[in-house]
Ligand binder design. Structure first.
Ligand code: TYC
Length: 105
């Protein structure tokens, strides 16, 4: 109990509690470069799964192509996990080695 104890009208101890609300942690979802996945396929992924406009999808794809990786979006953990799985499943279905990962922001 804290130093100064407060009582209500009935003589009951009033304790203050901190509201235990935590902001959800955010995660970056990233695409990694490889030598085999076609550029158009990566652009399509950015448009379909990350709702990017075509010009933004091309810019992010080229960033991954030249720098090795790029951020597709920032999401709560569960959403990020879903995006990673969707991209990995879709790439595998099309026999492309594209890799998608997530990390805490
Ligand atoms: N480097 C690939 C190519 O030259 C294109 C590519 C871009 C692959 C982004 C993966 O995440 C990636 N066809």
């Amino acid at each position: 109990m804290s130093e100064k104890t407060t009582f209500d009208q009935d003589g009951l101890v009033v304790e203050e509690t901190k509201p235990k609300l935590k902001r959800p942690g955010l995660y970056k979802v990233m695409l990694l470069n490889d030598d085999y996945t076609p550029m158009e396929f990566v652009v399509a992924i950015l448009e379909q799964f990350f709702n990017k406009r075509h010009e933004d999808a091309v810019r992010i794809m080229l960033q991954v192509h030249t720098k090795g990786m790029g951020v597709c979006g920032v999401f709560t953990r569960e959403v990020a996990e879903t995006k990673v799985k969707q991209v990995m499943d879709f790439s595998q279905d099309h026999q492309h080695p594209l890799q998608c990962t997530m990390e805490p922001e």
